[in-house]
Ligand binder design. Structure first.
Ligand code: GAP
Length: 456
């Protein structure tokens, strides 16, 4: 992890949040390459789950929502972590984490049992002090809307994007007239006041989610659940992540969230252990029913064919974008040896690499080479966007630099290219050098776009 974190900072992927002020715990800023990687992942997700399908509708709901949304969803009452306080320093710790570190299996353990276990084992805080009682701590960030800060002006930063879709269910029904089954999809920020943000961007206080709420007839939930179970794996393959490192965990009834009848966690073998990457939940009609009761609005669906009215049930595949970034980075991070030298590089899929192609003249100080290289660059840039012009240092150094940020293809204009120009009057061939194998191939400039398209 240390190597990956260092590479991310050195190369402009991810920086600690508010770094020049000493940082803000649980926040991270994405730099130029990080945002490019993130955007490519978002585009891939949106393509698979929205634009490639006929039954999905995108939404982009406000982050600030009526506090009544969070009362109805159960978040005001129940979205909490079990905390325990160091009686001397008043620092708070996750009770479940302390128990896990002491080798106790906390699956299905309620807050009273955690309290008893901590007391029976006489567990101390990491500073070696005694601990108080275990208490629930709500993880939503509270804020106030408008100029007066009182109980009537309370609002929350959303802790999941999902509710933005449930509250727009009726709007989409009335405007787009979709037939069940159909889904709503959204990508956006979520905020949680995590007590123990940790493991780089794995657990942070501000993160992005990519979520689908898929509405079905209650009899159809099993088929849809299975369908999205496969779709999650397909998306993992789209990303180029090794599927052998992804494991399914069926959540036991005692650990299910209040809204779920069935949940599968998709776990990835991160360097710090096997941890949750994504979740797939059968949310039943919990959310639509709760919002119907709380808002007084009818959120049912009328089926024209069967002439029946019912409240649809919901299947929710939920993807953390930052955890996706982390899993792709961990999966791609590779160290090998080239020409007797250690090489540290990212084996990112061409589908998501921040830079797809780097174009170089073999030598920087030969204007004829630079001129042709610029032409090749402009042409590729127009087509692919993710293209850079790199003429810094010698060619070996450029390859290393591009390898380190995961650029799969380096195109080089050399003297043979110029020979072709002389002989034919048009630009002739260039080399493509492949990141993973280091092999090079000569390709006609006229075929370059098609060649690269075939490799993405
Ligand atoms: N709408 C359902 C929901 O929010 P969740 O399991 O709490 O379910 C879904 O979160 C996904 O969001 C997780 O699988 C994970 O990828 C991501 N996630 C949750 N908490 C996170 C955090 N503190 N930092 C980064 N990603 C997080």
């Amino acid at each position: 992890m240390e190597n990956i974190i260092a590479l991310c900072k050195r190369k402009g992927f991810i920086f600690p949040g508010s770094e020049i002020y000493g940082g803000l715990s649980g926040t991270w800023d994405y730099g130029p390459l990080g945002v490019a990687l993130k955007n490519n992942i978002k585009a891939l997700w949106w393509k698979r789950f929205v634009t490639d399908r006929e039954d999905m509708f995108g939404v982009d709901a406000a982050i600030l929502m009526s506090p009544r949304v969070w009362e109805a969803s159960g978040h005001v009452g129940g979205f909490s972590d079990p905390l325990v306080e160091d009686t001397k320093t008043q620092k708070r710790y996750r009770a479940d984490h302390l128990l896990e570190e002491a080798g106790i299996d906390v699956k299905g353990m309620n807050i009273e049992a955690m309290d008893t276990n901590i007391k029976d084992l006489a567990l101390k805080s990491p500073e070696g002090n005694s601990l108080g009682d275990v208490r629930q701590f709500n993880m939503m960030f509270k804020t106030h809307i408008g100029p007066v800060a009182n109980d009537d002006s309370i609002s929350y930063l959303r802790p999941e994007t999902a509710q933005g879709m449930f509250v727009n269910f009726k709007n989409v029904l009335d405007s787009m007239h979709p037939k069940i089954p159909f889904g709503l999809a959204q990508i956006g920020k979520a905020f949680r006041n995590e007590i123990a943000p940790r493991d780089f961007i794995f657990r942070s206080r501000e993160f992005d989610q990519m979520e689908v709420e898929y509405f079905v007839h209650p009899d159809q939930w099993k088929d849809s659940f299975e369908h999205f179970q496969n779709q999650v794996h397909e998306f993992i393959s789209d990303l180029g992540i090794d599927r052998k490192k992804v494991h399914e965990l069926e959540i036991g009834p005692e650990d299910l969230a209040h809204y779920s009848k069935r949940t599968i966690d998709f776990e990835y073998d991160f360097p710090f252990g096997k941890k949750e990457l994504y979740g797939l939940a059968y949310r039943t009609d919990f959310d639509l029913k709760s919002h119907t009761e709380a808002s007084g609005q009818d959120l049912s669906y009328f089926d024209e064919e069967s002439k029946t009215r019912y409240v649809p049930h919901c299947i929710e595949p939920s993807f953390g974008l930052d955890r996706t970034v982390l899993a792709t980075l961990c999966d791609a991070y590779t160290v090998d040896e080239v020409d007797g030298e250690k090489r540290e590089y990212l084996k990112l899929s061409p589908k998501i690499a921040p830079v797809l192609v780097s174009v170089s003249p073999l030598l920087k100080n030969k204007p004829e080479l630079v001129e042709v290289a610029r032409k090749v660059y402009v042409n590729l840039k127009k087509k692919f966007g993710r293209v850079t012009f790199d003429d810094n240092g010698n060619i070996g150094k450029r390859y290393r630099r591009q390898d380190e940020i995961g650029t799969p293809f380096c195109v080089v204009v050399d003297f043979e290219t110029l020979e072709g120009v002389k002989e034919t009057g048009v630009m002739d061939t260039v080399t493509i050098r492949y990141r993973d194998s280091g092999e090079q191939e000569r390709v006609a400039i006229a075929d370059l776009v098609e060649k690269i398209e075939g490799l993405v």
